[in-house]
Design a protein around this ligand. Structure first.
Ligand SMILES: Cc1cc2nc3c(=O)[nH]c(=O)nc-3n(C[C@H](O)[C@H](O)[C@H](O)COP(=O)(O)OP(=O)(O)OC[C@H]3O[C@@H](n4cnc5c(N)ncnc54)[C@H](O)[C@@H]3O)c2cc1C
Length: 436
């Protein structure tokens, strides 16, 4: 029976190397630049590129991707174990070739890109030489993509894109954007939109402003409000066919959600570790914090939440590896997505509380983690929508009760048992009659 919670020793050795590498190299690197994707920053390049090289030498670059995409084909479970170690750092995903949205965009290009698009964009993206952007959400609302307004109209051998997009992350660092636009407003709701590769130097792309996220570092935001003013792209830049926009988007969204969850495990663990250290270090009224029962409750609750969440993430990753298809694991991924912000906000919130004034200060990261919980609750689909998705999947194919009462109604079960053992009852009754 295959049911094993151990990491194989060979990969564990790799993970031990990663843990040390993150402590010695990646964490200090994080302090040296505004954003790890800003390739115009010479300090960033001088620090990050040699580190990426070391990761490549170790065979850990984009390790979840198949060899055809420059990875090792390790899959999602091994990626989860890796992300648990790099997830507290900003640069880790860039240094290990697992950065969002680039990894998801690479998957889209690998699935749907022409040879030409693969050569021009996928190859340098996988090599970490360029960055990319996924431009789908609109200022009128992201939760209902069937209401999007940005249009792409066919004109000869081109499409002309016009409209606005909101929170297009990393647009200012990107060499290309993958843009969702309505090609047929009269089609069935999920066939209205298509997906395009738009080179970022195409005339007509206007970054209205770069919006920042509360608690994120950097002088300027990285989530672009983009206006596409009659942006002309060749029809060859269409990914999939006309009307395939939703199908193409699904290729990346499943992966994006579970990858965020893997990194969230790292933030939760760091919060708990800090709480433990604090609990044995800080004294009040002659006792350490860890000797106070209410503090013990905080610690126990945090560990239980972390372990529950981590196991759900790992099992979901394992399931994805079994079927190699995010869509078949949609319920589990949605469940992980829903659990993620609450676990992070609960545990990081307790870490803030246990560290008191220092905890809420900018000298510790826990306040930022709590806000990151909102990021996790909103990006890639709001919690409410994923809850509905879990419930719908669970309800699918469930049979109604046979009559007014539930199928496990005790009188029904008793009747069924009486019928099943009627001969035993009859024999017992006959024996009893004989005795009497
Ligand atoms: C840090 C960050 C990075 C992002 N990066 C990108 C990116 O790179 N590319 C991109 O295209 N988008 C990106 N997004 C946008 C993200 O996909 C949207 O924020 C998300 O889809 C929600 O859309 P919205 O913000 O317009 O909120 P709205 O759609 O206005 O929803 C607001 C709230 O309404 C409620 N709600 C909405 N629908 C329902 C429902 N059906 N049932 C119950 N309640 C509901 C929820 O509480 C929801 O949070 C990013 C977002 C964040 C926070």
């Amino acid at each position: 029976m295959a049911w094993d919670f151990e990491t194989d020793p060979e990969y564990q050795e790799q993970l031990d190397w990663v843990e040390q590498f993150v402590r010695d190299e990646v964490e200090p690197a994080d302090r040296m630049y505004d954003h790890p994707l800003d390739m115009a920053d010479p300090v960033r390049n001088a620090i990050i590129r040699p580190l990426q090289e070391k990761v490549r030498e170790k065979g850990l670059w984009a390790c979840h991707l198949g060899p055809e995409l420059g990875g090792q084909g390790y899959g999602q479970l091994k990626l989860a174990l890796l992300n648990e170690l790099i997830g507290t750092t900003l640069s880790g995903p860039v240094i290990f070739g697992t950065q969002a949205p680039d990894s998801g965009n690479a998957e889209i290009l690998a699935h749907y890109g022409s040879d030409e698009l693969k050569k021009t964009y996928l190859e340098p993206l996988l090599a970490g030489e360029i960055a990319s952007c996924f431009s789908m959400t609109e200022p009128t609302g992201g939760s209902d993509p069937t209401s999007f307004r940005c249009r792409a109209v066919r004109d000869g051998d081109d499409y002309v894109i016009s409209g606005e997009k909101w929170f297009s992350s990393n647009a200012r660092f990107a060499s290309f954007l993958i843009v969702m636009a309505v090609t047929d407003p009269d089609a069935e709701r999920h066939r209205r939109a298509s997906m395009f590769v738009v080179p970022s130097d195409t005339p007509g792309i206007e970054i209205v402003r770069n919006v920042g996220v509360t608690g994120h570092a950097g002088h300027e935001g990285t989530h672009a409000y983009v206006r596409y003013n009659d942006v002309r792209v060749p029809a060859a830049n269409l990914l999939g066919g006309d009307g395939d926009g939703f199908k193409v988007a699904q290729v990346r969204l499943g992966g994006g959600r579970i990858h965020h969850a893997m990194r969230t495990v790292a933030l939760v663990r760091r919060s708990l570790d800090a709480m433990l250290e604090r609990a044995v270090s800080r004294e009040t009224r002659g006792r350490t914090l860890g000797e106070l029962q209410l503090v013990q409750e905080m610690i126990a609750d945090s560990w239980i939440q972390l372990e529950q969440f981590r196991l759900l993430v790992l099992r979901t990753a394992w399931k994805i590896d079994q079927v190699n298809d995010y869509k078949q694991v949609i319920k589990d991924i949605a469940g992980v997505k829903v659990a993620m912000p609450k676990v992070l906000q609960d545990v990081a919130g307790r870490a803030v509380q246990l560290h008191g004034s220092l905890g809420i200060s900018t000298e510790l990261p826990f306040g930022k983690y709590v806000l990151e919980g909102f990021h996790m609750a909103i990006a890639d689909g709001a919690t409410e929508i994923h809850k509905q998705s879990v419930a719908k999947q669970l309800l699918k194919g469930v049979e109604p009760a046979p009559d007014l009462f539930p199928s496990i109604h005790v009188p029904r079960l008793r009747d069924a048992a009486d019928t099943k053992f009627a001969d035993v009852l009859a024999a017992a009754a006959a024996d009893a009659a004989e005795v009497n």
